[in-house]
Every structure is written in C-alpha cells, then in structure tokens.
Design a protein around this ligand. Structure first.
Ligand SMILES: Nc1ncnc2c1ncn2[C@@H]1O[C@H](COP(=O)(O)OP(=O)(O)OP(=O)(O)O)[C@@H](O)[C@H]1O
Length: 258
C-alpha cells in the first residue's frame, strides 16, 4: 500500500503559529522504517496523522484510494500509541478480540484472530492472563497483537521498545523480523544504536520537517570517518542533526565546477 504525506502541516490548537509538522512530503516505503528525531520533533504527530487519529491542518495524507479516516482506511492502518492502556478485567485474548470486534470482525473471527495474533507476538502462553497483570513490555506486545488482529497492512508503532529490558527488545525485534513482507512498519524510537541497523529505511524528523529519508545504508553513510565500530548509527544520527541547515552537508558534490 502507498501511505503518502503531501505538503502536510499539522498545528495543535493552542500552537497555531508553531506547527508540529511543517509541509511534510513523505512516502512510506516497503519493509521496516525507523523514524528518528529528538524530543518534540513531531514523530508522534506524524504517526497519529498516518493513523487518521488527527487530520492535517493543510496538505493531505492518503493511503491508496481509501478515504482518509474511513473504516477501510482504519482497518488497513493500525496504530500502537506510546502508552497502551490495559483493560484490567480483560484477559490478553479478550482484549485483542475486543479490538478486532471494534474494527469490524465478527465475534468468531475476532476470537480466532486474537489467538493467532498473540502467537505472532509470542504471547500465546499469556493469552489467559488479565491485561492489568502484564508487564509494560508484554502489554506493548498485546498492543501489537491488537494492531495485527484485523489484518492491517501498515503498522504504526510509537516507541514500542521504550522501557523494555534487553530480552524483551530481542523478542520484539524478532517479532518485527517475522512480519517482514506481510506488513509495512513505521516505528518511532530513540534507540538509535541497535535498531537502525535492522531497518530497511530510516527517516529523521527535526522541528517538524523531514531531515533524512532513505535506505539504512544511506543513513549510516552520514557517520563521520573514524566512527567507532558499533557506533555508526549514533554517529550518523548526530552528524545529521549537527549538519542541519548547512547546505554543504546535504548538497550533492558539485560537478563540472571550474
Ligand atoms: N496535544 C498537544 N497540544 C499542543 N502541543 C502538542 C501536543 N502534542 C504535542 N505537541 C507539541 O507538538 C510538537 C511535536 O510533538 P510530538 O509528540 O509529535 O513529538 P515527538 O517527536 O513524538 O516527541 P517525543 O520523542 O518526545 O515523543 C512538540 O513541540 C509538542 O510539544
């Protein structure tokens, strides 16, 4: 599917003069794309727009021919917000099935879909656990299962690995790897070091604008010479932010210059 932002601006109500996103034109590529940027860069805003939770102040967000925020659009695009709120009295399977039902699945399909989605996030053994008793990391995986239950083609994940321990991160990355080919994933994170290397593409937002949009290799190519092995992603990210606004940093080499 083609998720496309065109000259998209979004300003929160009390901050009309300082838009959170500024004329962003961006097309989500296939595979896993990591969305990086400092605090307040506009990552969550971009994800919420893609999920059609909010509408652009100017410009458009489109997903193929589906009407923005229509039921088919919301089925195609699933969003995992930064905080997954448990429904403490529901088990993980009931929670996921409930979300599937809200998205239009029949009760039977939602129930079956929930079991299969929980298997995909390696939580089949916790399906009967009340969501109020799950850890933060497990709850996020339940959130991913809920996002997958209705067959979404695009998954929007807002800092899903924040606060996870290294083992949970590993499990989560394996889950994402397992989704390859099935769904397009756009995932925001502050975890530059270990995630950028597994992504197909990297987009960097700063001040509501796209600073970088390209393959992971092209992103890593921004790392300064001499960057320590294992620190390439961090080096590339820092260099991009430090060079922002300097034309020489992004302009192609001059050709034919005297
Ligand atoms: N509900 C809101 N009302 C007013 N301003 C908001 C609201 N939500 C976000 N903002 C502002 O919009 C800008 C972008 O915020 P956003 O949450 O999209 O950034 P972010 O890149 O996701 O940040 P973080 O990494 O801290 O989660 C920030 O300046 C923020 O203060």
């Amino acid at each position: 599917m083609t998720l496309q932002f065109t000259a998209c601006t979004y300003a929160y109500r009390r901050r009309r003069r300082s838009p959170a996103l500024r004329e962003v034109t961006y097309r989500l590529p296939a595979g896993l794309t990591i969305l990086l940027g400092p605090n307040g860069a506009g990552k969550s805003t971009l994800l919420k727009l893609a999920a059609s939770v909010i509408r652009p102040t100017a410009g458009t967000v489109t997903c193929d021919e589906l009407g923005f925020a229509s039921a088919p659009y919301r089925r195609a695009v699933a969003w995992l917000p930064q905080t997954v709120t448990p429904l403490p009295s529901l088990t993980a399977r009931e929670y996921v099935a409930y979300v599937g039902w809200l998205k239009g699945l029949s009760r039977a399909d939602a129930w079956e879909g929930a079991a299969s989605a929980l298997r995909r996030v390696e939580l089949a053994d916790r399906a009967g656990e009340k969501t109020g008793r799950l850890s933060g990391g497990q709850l996020r995986r339940v959130g991913v299962a809920a996002a997958l239950v209705h067959g979404a083609r695009i998954l929007l994940l807002d800092e899903p690995t924040a606060g996870m321990d290294p083992r949970q991160r590993r499990v989560f990355r394996d889950i994402l790897a397992g989704l390859r080919g099935d769904v397009q994933v756009l995932m925001s994170t502050h975890d530059v070091g270990d995630l950028a290397e597994e992504a197909d593409h990297v987009a960097v937002l700063e001040g509501g604008r796209i600073l970088h949009d390209g393959t992971t290799a092209s992103f890593l190519g921004h790392a300064p010479p001499g960057t320590a092995p294992g620190r390439t992603a961090e080096g590339a990210y820092s260099a991009l932010l430090a060079n922002e606004g300097r034309p020489s940093a992004v302009a192609p080499p001059a050709s034919g210059a005297p």
